[in-house]
Write a protein that binds this ligand. Structure first.
Ligand code: SF4
Length: 171
């Protein structure tokens, strides 16, 4: 599972496990700015993975590469679609390379993101890398995920991630 952050991973992880899936997480979030914020979210992700005994990988894709990609069109919704594409393509590529049969993403939890756009980008990434995308509408668990994160004392960020979301666009 692509994990955008620890709070958004809580509910999807619990749901997937309840369905019998064995879940590993990939932190591939070059969108997060500045570096200190990305490291803070990564540290929180490690805390959750350790507590949940969940294997955790991290992609080393840098923010510069992400910025180059979204610079094609910084206006929304295109910027966010390119952002999803960058992260989901890397997730699908990694799944294929590491031998995972499926992938999904915690982005599907958010009630603020472009859900249909995420689904489209994930499906295209799946086709490009010949690996299966597992779709779940995790949004029903959004409120529950906030309770779970608070209960686990996880750091909860105040903005989506990139420098263009500093104004308070939620994740
Ligand atoms: S607002 Fe969020 S989804 Fe949109 S480009 Fe920025 S980090 Fe990506």
């Amino acid at each position: 599972m692509h994990s955008c952050c620890a709070p958004c991973t809580t509910f999807p992880l619990a749901l997937l496990r309840s369905l019998g899936y064995s879940v590993s997480s990939l932190f591939v979030n070059p969108n997060i700015y500045p570096d200190a914020e990305r490291e803070k979210r990564w540290t929180t992700m490690r805390e959750l993975a350790s507590a949940e005994k969940m294997p955790l990988l991290r992609s080393d894709m840098g923010h510069d590469r992400w910025l180059e990609a979204v610079s094609q069109n910084l206006a929304k919704p295109e910027r966010c679609l390119i952002c999803y594409r960058t992260r989901l393509d890397e997730t699908a590529r990694t799944a294929r390379e590491e031998g995972y049969p499926y992938f999904t993403t915690s982005l599907l939890l958010s009630i603020y993101q472009d859900h249909e756009g995420i689904v489209r980008e994930a499906a295209e990434a799946a086709r490009r890398h010949s690996v299966e995308f597992l779709y779940f509408d995790f949004r029903k668990g959004y409120r529950r995920s906030r309770e779970m994160a608070r209960g686990k004392h996880l750091y909860m960020q105040k903005y989506c991630g990139c420098e263009f979301s500093f104004g308070g666009e939620p994740s």
